[in-house]
Each structure stands twice: as C-alpha cells, then as structure tokens.
Design a protein around this ligand. Structure first.
Ligand code: AMP
Length: 120
C-alpha cells in the first residue's frame, strides 16, 4: 500500500485541520490525541510521509529517524511524564493486526496515571 496523502495526520501536517500542538521542529510534530485513552495521551508523528514504522525505518533518512526517536522522550519531558516523573508508555500500532487506524506513522504517549495491561 502506498502512502495515502489524505489521511488525517497528513491534513494536520498541511494545516488543513487543527490540532492541539505540544511540540514541533523541522522533523516532527506532536499533539494531543483527540480521544484520550489516559490522563495524558499524546501523539508524535514525523513530518515525512511514512505510513508506519516499517516504511519509516526502510525509507527515512538516518537524521529523520534519529530526530523522531529523540522527540518521543522530549515530548514526555514536556508533558512531565518522563521516567523520573512517573513514566509513560510509548507505542505504535502497525498495520491491520496491530490495530493501526491512521496510516501515517505515529507513536502514542500514554501517562499521567498507571497505563495498565500491555495488551488487551
Ligand atoms: P491508531 O489506532 O494507532 O492509528 O491511532 C490513531 C489515533 O489517532 C487514535 O488514538 C485517534 O483518537 C487519534 N486521532 C484521530 N484523529 C485525530 C485528530 N484529528 N487529532 C488528534 N488525534 C486524532
């Protein structure tokens, strides 16, 4: 499957629909999930057009990969859920069996309370 330019996160990146922004740099955007599953539920997405983690690691530049993975703990710190502030869970759903709904790579950051069972 090729990248779908009309997915909701692509529209957010193009500024066509709004988001509650937490952090942005040249490589990434982070914003609050519209339907939070925990007290804190943020998303971190790369600015490049990658549909999932597999696509990203195969096709992104090393700098994009580095900046993306650095952004996750950076956002956790901004949200005060870092490992020394209670901790958090970062996860990415990949493909149909992984439960991915939006076909643009994203990591969820859950925190602010016990996140609970890893898989249900
Ligand atoms: P996933 O199932 O891993 O693809 O997760 C997609 C996430 O995107 C869900 O947690 C949705 O609540 C979230 N989401 C969908 N539309 C928006 C939006 N416009 N702004 C913020 N989060 C969204």
């Amino acid at each position: 499957m090729t990248y779908d330019r009309n997915n909701i996160f692509a529209k957010i990146l193009r500024g066509e629909i709004p988001c509650k922004k937490i952090y942005e740099n040249e490589y990434v955007l982070s914003f609050h999930d519209i339907n939070p599953q925990k007290k804190i539920h943020a998303l971190v997405i790369p600015k490049g057009s990658f549909k999932d983690l597999d696509d990203f690691v195969q096709n992104a530049k090393d700098k994009e990969i580095l900046e993306f993975f650095k952004a996750i703990p950076h956002v956790a710190k901004l949200l005060k859920v870092s490992s020394v502030e209670g901790g958090y869970r970062a996860l990415s759903n990949i493909g149909e069996n992984g439960g991915q709904e939006v076909p643009h790579l994203h990591f969820h950051i859950f925190g602010g309370e016990k996140v609970g069972k890893m898989v249900s």
